[in-house]
Ligand binder design. Sequence first.
Ligand code: ACO
Length: 393
Amino acid sequence: MSAWSWASTGMSEVQRHAEIVGWGMYAPERVVTNDDLAQVLDTSDEWIRTRTGIERRHLAVGEATAAMAIAAAREALRVADADPYDLGLVLVATMTPDYPTPSTACLVQYALGAIHAGAIDLNAGCSGFCYALSVANAAILSGEQEMVLVIGAETMSSMVDMDDRATAVLFGDGAGALLLRASDGNAGILSTWLGADGSGGDMLMVPAGGSALPASAETVAGRQHYLTMDGNQVFRFATRIVPRAIEQVVSRAGLELDAVDWIIPHQANTRIVEAAAKRLNMEMSRFYLNLQEYGNTSAASIPIALCEAVRNGSIQPGQHIVLVGFGAGLTWASVLLRWGPSVQEARPIFYRRLWRWLLYRWAAIHRPLRRLSSGAWGRARRLLTRGAPNGQD
Ligand code: ACO
């Protein structure tokens, strides 16, 4: 059986792996506590803490999704001491892109100076990061890509109705990024599992702003551009699907649950994780949680938690880690990784650090220069053609 066919069945015997060599995260500076929210909404710190586990969240001020994604991506490239020229693909999982078009991935690709990379946005709600990892893994295992940057980034505060206590207290903003490189070692992504059930699409949706209901004065007046959620239904769905997604991805890799050192779930609600732990008969201490600090950052929540766990030494070489997401769509996805013994922050080589610095500066002035030069060329053309018969030159 070829390496690809082993990989597509989720088995871990492949020689080629997508190994994580870089990681980065970004959270906006502005912190909003439960007490801050209680001053403007009919809620309390006690309600939010006991029902969700969230204590505070970071909210963006004047920053959009791409800016946060770029910060996390640059950090991941720095950790791996990698050259943006070597990137073949930039994937951004988000449900809060800067614009309907161009994609946020293109904004990131440009700001990184990743001129050899393709760029795609992927929207699978809070499962988006695991979906994007699965796509990146397939691209690397097929031999099509050598290095792929996967980012989860969200500005949930741009989509959440801050006057609606049922959703306003749950979400936060931020970004996390992983850099994946093809490797012949035995670490990296071992298996993935994706699922969807579109019949539950209306449980979590933004009714207006798409082609079904384009933006209009009426949709704005009707507050239809905000996220609506059937919290109880989503809760039930999550407690059912999270244990299943964990079991599936572990068995696809030919492992047992006991072999898993860490589970990094989508950070939506501590009670969802407790219910999953109970169903799996696992200790809560094997689940990594940081939602108390960031709230639910949708597609960014898993990479932010993973990055934090690596930075604080919770994750050690050789450990098996399950990432598991669920969310809008409805969607769910899980990824099993083996953390590589060789995975540690690379000591940056001076010229590569300088090269990245130059690339980022060049990216910052490239677009204004392009506008300037196309403006100057247009003016020159008009001058040259002035007086020519029928405007011809
Ligand atoms: N403060 C105080 N009271 C509140 C608040 C609040 N912020 N929000 C709701 N309440 C009230 C309700 O009005 C209700 O009052 P009532 O009994 O007088 O009618 C009461 O609290 C209980 O409300 P429930 O909705 O039943 O509360 P529950 O314990 O189910 O918790 C929650 C709600 C936290 C939303 C929970 O259902 C949940 O976490 N669901 C999953 C949500 C989720 O994970 N979403 C993200 C998916 S990811 C993505 O793709 C974006």
